[in-house]
Ligand binder design. Structure first.
Ligand SMILES: Nc1nc2c(ncn2[C@@H]2O[C@H](COP(=O)(O)OP(=O)(O)OP(=O)(O)O)[C@@H](O)[C@H]2O)c(=O)[nH]1
Length: 227
């Protein structure tokens, strides 16, 4: 496992710029983590978004893996870095600190055909909060495996209620069904658009501070996002 900054020495994550000059030449990276029970489809969603296809076979994720995709939003190229985390407790322990560090957005995934994976969301939210992920970090909820229409256990209205109560948007998707790939893209693109709008206001703060980075939570989010 290599940290992204080691893999990409010329590119620094958004949260560590040092001057407004550097900001203008960097490609921004938004780090988005995908969490939820084992087997809900986190790896498949990550592949579907970053590679466009559904993997024939997956093995349980060990620790953490990440894949990147460059996207263009309003004329700017942004790297969306999707961190796929292990759902199984025994594969998580050593890595958990790494993937919550400097996270820009969180995707909580459950399997629409497994009520336990939905009930366990509360535990995932608590773990996330326990790692000091700020309440201002955007979070979305994803119900995956919607192609298994005959086996659905989690009704949409129940998921919607949960999403509302936790201030999250809900996406119901299938990583498997190619007709749903646009829906999978929407999860990550809507977060990237939201972050871009948020971070451009942060840029203005940086310039006012004459190169000093101020990651303030006071910024208001305004977006012309096409998503
Ligand atoms: N029918 C259907 N199967 C899916 C879908 N997404 C994933 N799967 C299957 O579900 C199983 C688990 O998928 P993974 O993506 O490996 O699940 P994971 O959440 O990453 O699992 P861990 O790495 O153990 O945390 C695999 O057999 C996939 O083929 C989907 O949208 N529909």
């Amino acid at each position: 496992f290599l940290l992204p900054s080691l893999l990409h020495p010329s590119v620094q994550p958004f949260s560590s710029p040092t001057s407004s000059l550097e900001l203008s030449i960097q490609t921004r990276i938004f780090k988005i983590i995908v969490i939820g029970d084992s087997n809900v489809g986190k790896t498949c969603l990550t592949f579907r978004f970053t590679g466009g296809s559904f993997p024939d076979q997956t093995e349980a994720t060990i620790g953490v893996d990440f894949r990147e995709k460059a996207v263009e939003i309003e004329g700017e190229t942004i790297k969306v870095q999707v961190w796929d985390t292990a759902g199984q407790e025994r594969f998580r322990k050593s890595m958990v600190e790494h993937y919550y560090r400097n996270v820009h957005a969180v995707v909580f995934v459950y399997d629409v055909t497994k009520m336990t994976s939905f009930r366990n969301l509360q535990t995932w939210i608590e773990e996330c909060n326990g790692h000091r992920v700020s309440a201002s970090v955007p979070r979305v909820l994803v119900g995956n495996k919607c192609d298994l229409v005959d086996q659905i256990q989690v009704p949409s209205n129940m998921a919607l209620k949960f999403a509302d109560a936790h201030n999250m948007l809900l996406f119901e998707t299938s990583a498997k069904d190619p007709r749903e790939s646009q829906n999978v893209d929407s999860i990550f693109m809507s977060l990237a658009c939201h972050l871009k709008a948020q971070k451009s206001l942060l840029y203005r703060d940086v310039e006012r501070e004459d190169g000093r980075v101020r990651l303030t939570q006071e910024t208001e989010t305004k977006s012309n996002c096409p998503c």
